[in-house]
Write a protein that binds this ligand. Structure first.
Ligand code: SF4
Length: 229
């Protein structure tokens, strides 16, 4: 067994932060309160681009328990520093809950954009297909995020197909895939190149947050680079 697997088995370091669907006091989808994502103290809405006016929600799953072992950040996952973030239990009960919540939110707001997954990843082919069904059912729904699945994996192939089908509405970038344009890579592994990649402008201080940036979904012809967390 590799040292990283002993140090970091396929679970969160914070089991008390797990929440089953039955334990949830509010929804599985949370209005974003993170000032790196949207302006604090206001309804978090996208300020520019195709999804301007869409309300931003987040979904947080359990890191490592839902992730591929080949994730580049298995060991130093930023969830290791997020002791208090509630990790929603994944599986059929989550999917049933999302079914209800997405219907309600899409009927309430002009548009809804969900940041998948603050922690965790797509854990099954069926789960990816669920997102495809929701995107099919609700024209005012979009998602963005990053996956540690490889494009060649079974789950990665379905992510790729869903991306091709729904375009910007399913802006899921492959993490640490230097050969693929719609990816998100670490600056440890790649340097920015004009016309090919850019460093996240929130990290460089050029924009306040994702709501005022939109590049992760709008810059479809460039890789995004993140400075090592
Ligand atoms: S590039 Fe823009 S949208 Fe993407 S994470 Fe950074 S601030 Fe957010």
């Amino acid at each position: 067994m590799r040292k990283a697997d002993i140090n970091k088995p396929a679970v969160t370091m914070y089991p008390n932060a797990r929440r089953s669907i039955a334990e949830l006091k509010t929804g599985a989808l949370k209005l974003s309160k993170n000032n790196k994502i949207a302006d604090k103290g206001k309804l978090p809405v996208v300020k520019k681009g195709k999804f301007k006016g869409y309300v931003i929600f987040t979904l947080t799953l359990e890191e490592r328990a839902t992730c591929p072992r080949e994730c580049y950040h298995w060991d130093d996952c930023y969830g290791n520093n997020m002791a208090f973030a509630h990790r929603i239990e994944h599986g059929p009960a989550l999917e049933a809950k999302l079914d209800e919540e997405i219907a309600e939110l899409c009927a309430t707001y002009k548009g809804v954009i969900i940041r998948l997954h603050v922690l965790g990843d797509f854990y099954s082919v069926d789960y990816v297909n669920r997102w495809a069904w929701w995107l099919n059912d609700y024209d005012n729904l979009a998602v963005w995020g990053y996956t540690g699945r490889t494009r060649e994996s079974e789950i990665g192939k379905i992510i790729d197909i869903t991306r091709q089908r729904y375009g910007e509405r399913f802006s899921v970038r492959f993490s640490n895939n230097l050969d693929y344009i719609f990816s998100a890579n670490s600056t440890e592994r790649a340097k920015p190149k004009a016309g090919k990649s850019f460093v996240c402008p929130e990290q460089t201080g050029d924009v306040a947050n994702c709501a005022n940036c939109a590049l992760c979904w709008a810059a479809t012809d460039r890789q995004v680079l993140f400075m090592t967390h």
